[in-house]
Design a protein around this ligand. Structure first.
Ligand code: C5P
Length: 397
């Protein structure tokens, strides 16, 4: 299962014999959907070449702190900001000690200080080194600071000793990395999300629709499922894969989307209206294909029902979240829309910026609710979706 979907994992490889297992670890992380970038220490390069890890990760390997060229591309601060997780595997006794001391004498330790991302370490060393009180104290200090630990395993070691200190298997490390993101924030909650465009039929072969890709709605569904919610996406026609553990109910028109949404209300704690519902539909749907005829035709359109308003007005309403795509005075229009539609929360974005919104991989938004607001700067739709889900989990309690 792709529990690391679109997560940015910065993998730090340090100088132990287990460094050869980093190659397999990169594969395991990628299989879970992660984007991987690698930092190697000088010691690591004695055991495995940067070229191997570059080829596997698909990204240049970072090795130098003070390298003008590297800093121009992705320097230590960019790497630290890019990471959703810093994973050090193998982590030698030396790097653990340097982390404890807060050293910043190479790229890896500097990135560890500079990142706000969680840190997961997979120690690997000789069993005597692992059992040494200095290492025990260092691990205790790191744990106290919130550093996560996976392994080490016990068994026969490369040096011939038998005991604890072997790096955990790559699959176990990748699973430990994934489990850090299984927040459980919405465990047991039932979330319904509308997504994508609607299609309003003119006749059996033609329809009116819009360019919504559904990406934001599907990213929200993925984030809600990751947070432990029973998640249903009521989706207009899109070309996207349904995320793991998400129930998919396909619909076409606004009326179908409304019916499906209302039918789900008895099993819904949180409703998120992310669909780009057509405001109007043809007044009549012709049963036969409309023939080509006069130079000009006039289409008569009628207003579609407002789905999110109907949900917000329902008895035992769920916590109801809408979206507002605006081109100007974004926040005041959004707050007004939140009140008019009776929403608990609204996600406002500025669609005059072509680098975000419809069809783009990125978005930026401000989330508004009655007691406050939070800006979410430009990021991938998955990242924005996770923040929205975190805010919903916090505020709907
Ligand atoms: O009124 P406007 O289309 O700007 O509102 C956008 C919000 O309302 C979105 O959350 C959208 O999913 C929802 N909406 C709806 N039904 C409609 C129109 C919009 O649920 N017919």
């Amino acid at each position: 299962m792709a529990h690391l979907f679109n997560r940015n994992v910065l993998l730090g490889v340090t100088g132990g014999i287990a460094a050869y297992k980093s190659a397999e670890l990169i594969r395991q992380l990628q299989e879970q959907g992660a984007n991987v970038r690698v930092i190697m220490t000088q010691g690591a390069m004695e055991f495995i070449t940067p070229l191997t890890l570059q080829a596997l990760s698909g990204n240049p390997v970072h090795t130098q702190l003070l390298d003008a060229e590297a800093e121009q591309g992705m320097g230590h601060i960019e790497l630290a900001r890019w990471a959703d997780l810093l994973l050090i595997a193998p982590a030698t006794a030396d790097v653990l000690a340097r982390l404890v001391a807060g050293r910043a004498d190479d790229l890896l330790t500097t990135a560890a200080l500079a990142t706000a991302a969680p840190l997961l370490v997979a120690p690997a060393m000789n069993q005597q080194m692992w059992l040494d009180p200095a290492t025990t104290d260092n691990i205790a200090t790191l744990s106290r600071r919130g550093v996560h630990l996976v392994g080490p395993a016990s068994g026969e070691q490369a040096c011939g000793d038998i005991g604890p200190g072997r790096m955990e298997q790559p699959a176990v490390i990748a699973a430990a990395a994934a489990s850090l993101f299984q927040s459980g924030l919405l465990a047991g909650k039932r979330v319904v999300i509308t997504a994508g465009p609607t299609r309003e039929a003119l006749d059996p072969v033609r329809y009116i629709s819009n360019h919504s890709s559904g990406k934001m709605g599907y990213a929200l569904a993925r984030a809600a499922a990751e947070a432990g919610a029973h998640t249903t996406v009521v989706s207009g026609p899109v070309a996207l894969t349904v995320p793991d553990k998400v129930r998919h109910l396909p619909v076409e028109s606004a009326n179908e989307m409304l019916d499906q949404s209302l039918a789900l209300l008895k099993e819904c704690d949180i409703f998120i209206a992310c669909a780009a519902v057509a405001d109007y539909r043809p007044a009549t749907m012709e049963q036969q294909k409309i023939k080509k005829g006069p130079e000009q035709v006039t289409l008569q359109l009628v207003r579609n029902p407002d789905i999110v308003t109907a949900v917000a007005e329902s008895e035992n309403r769920p916590f109801t979240v809408g979206f507002a795509a605006e081109t100007n005075e974004v926040l005041s229009y959004a707050r007004d829309k939140m009140q008019r539609k009776g929403l608990d929360m609204i996600v406002a974005n500025d669609v005059s910026d072509p680098s975000i919104g419809f069809n783009s991989e990125h978005n930026a938004a401000t989330v508004l609710w009655s007691g406050g607001e939070q800006a979410l700067p430009r990021a991938s739709k998955d990242s924005i979706a996770r923040h929205i889900i975190e805010l919903i989990a916090k505020i709907q309690r």
